[in-house]
Design a protein around this ligand. Structure first.
Ligand code: PEP
Length: 267
């Protein structure tokens, strides 16, 4: 059970850090199981940090079996909002649940950019995930052009308000938000701690206004965008950065485990 929020508590006491690995379109089922076993050997019983592995759909079942009895959670990288039907190539929340998936990445910038996902469509997915007891990892973030135009906060606000439309106050803390500046994803360019903290604080402030300050204090807000063992300690020390959504560094056990250890050290 989470500790109640009070003005005197530090954020660290009320928000468990999350390290989530987004494998994207990498790893066969067999490769995924090998990577999972290597991670489990090091941090499989770790409960002080929430660890989530998000393999491609084709590896969910095998990785899920490898995770049985462990504290590490299974996440999907996408889902369709409808329950079933003529949606070739898509999978539903219910299908994910039968594979013991607990988390689902929604609104990733690669889905927005390459698959034309809109805030409205992402919102439908968020509501469907919550209705099916899946925890959305909701990604928001600006492109380089948007940052250079000075519209970072407006973009993040539009994406967040759009995705959360109709999410009830009692559902809010089930949502994990990931701030991922698009220009930092897979580029090796990491946002400075000041840039990241500014947007994270803005997101929490916005959640306070949309819901309530006490609820906003409980929402985990992850940073994503070239997070690596070298830059993680400084990012994770920021008051509003509650973990990381990791791409490249999640594909190798050593770097992923180091990131989990950095989150532990910052907890
Ligand atoms: C991501 O795609 O969610 C991501 C953060 O990727 P990377 O860590 O490779 O920048």
């Amino acid at each position: 059970m989470s500790t109640p929020s009070t003005a005197t508590q530090s954020p660290i006491q009320i928000r468990k850090k999350v390290i989530a690995g987004n494998w994207k379109m990498n790893k066969t089922a067999g490769e995924g199981v090998s990577l999972t076993r290597e991670i489990l050997d090091e941090v499989g019983r770790e409960t002080q940090v929430d660890i989530v592995l998000c393999p491609p759909f084709t590896a969910l079942e095998s990785v899920g079996h490898a995770l049985e009895g462990q504290a590490v959670k299974l996440g999907a990288q996408n889902m369709h909002p409808e329950k079933n039907g003529a949606f070739t190539g898509e999978v539903s929340a219910e299908m994910l649940r039968t594979l013991y998936v607990t988390h689902v990445i929604l609104g990733h910038s690669e889905r927005r950019q390459y698959f034309a996902e809109t805030d409205e469509f992402i919102n439908r997915k968020v509501l469907a995930a919550l209705a099916n007891q899946l925890r959305p990892i909701l990604c928001v973030g600006e492109t380089l052009a948007e940052r250079e135009a000075g519209s970072t906060l407006a973009v993040v606000q539009r994406q967040l308000e759009g995705a959360l439309a109709g999410v009830k106050p009692e559902q809010l803390t089930t949502v994990i938000v990931a701030y991922e500046p698009v220009w930092a994803i897979g580029t090796g360019k990491v946002a400075t701690t000041a840039q990241a903290q500014e947007v994270h604080a803005f997101i929490r402030e916005l959640l306070s206004k949309l819901y309530a300050p006490a609820l906003a204090q409980k929402v985990r807000i992850l940073y994503g965008g070239s997070m690596k063992p070298a830059n993680a300690p400084e990012l994770l020390a920021q008051p509003d950065i509650d973990g990381g959504l990791i791409g490249g560094a999640a594909l190798e056990s050593r770097s992923f485990v180091e990131l989990v250890k950095a989150a532990l050290a910052a907890s």
